[in-house]
Design a protein around this ligand. Structure first.
Ligand SMILES: *[C@@H]1O[C@H](CO)[C@@H](O)[C@H](O)[C@H]1NC(C)=O
Ligand SMILES: *[C@@H]1O[C@H](CO)[C@@H](O)[C@H](O)[C@H]1NC(C)=O
Length: 140
């Protein structure tokens, strides 16, 4: 009886946790271009340590943020804006509102959006044409 009850209780707790995670709203982090967005996304879709958000998304994001000071001021703004753009492309996609989305699909989406996010935020002027290619060399 007791074990039956605790099984039900455990199930309820697990279901609640899944519901809470599904309802997680990562959009504020996306608007800020904060790399913690990927932690939020990973939790929301239970992607795990080797899923796209933590294994690649957050890793690349942190790498850029960590190197930010080596970029010019315009380059730093570009980094922030590109990350906002990539994160918001996820939040605004149908994938984000579909509980059945596979975590790797977020990677494909970012890959597709990357060129547009780079160019729209001035890759050609702020990065490619920076003094002595300072920014371009950093990205390399
Ligand atoms: C990003 O978000 C996390 C979690 O909310 C917060 O602790 C951190 O200070 C934020 N980072 C920046 C750079 O704003
Ligand atoms: C940031 O970069 C420095 C120097 O390249 C490195 O020592 C440090 O481990 C990096 N930190 C993170 C969080 O990647």
């Amino acid at each position: 009886m007791i074990s039956g009850f605790s099984t039900i209780a455990t199930t309820v707790v697990i279901l609640l946790c899944i519901t809470v995670a599904q309802g997680t709203d990562c959009s504020a982090l996306a608007s800020a271009g904060n790399c913690s967005f990927y932690d939020c996304l990973s939790a929301k879709f239970s992607c795990g340590q080797r899923g796209y958000p933590l294994f690649r998304g957050r890793r690349y994001c942190c790498r850029f943020m960590n190197q930010s000071e080596s970029f010019t001021t315009a380059g730093q703004a570009w980094i922030t804006n590109v990350h906002k753009c990539l994160m918001q492309s996820i939040v605004n996609s149908a994938l984000y509102n579909d509980a059945n989305t596979h975590c790797s699909e977020f990677g494909n989406l970012e890959f597709e959006n990357r060129p547009k996010c780079y160019i729209d935020n001035g890759f050609c002027t702020n990065i490619f044409l920076s003094d002595q290619c300072q920014n371009f060399n950093q990205i390399e």
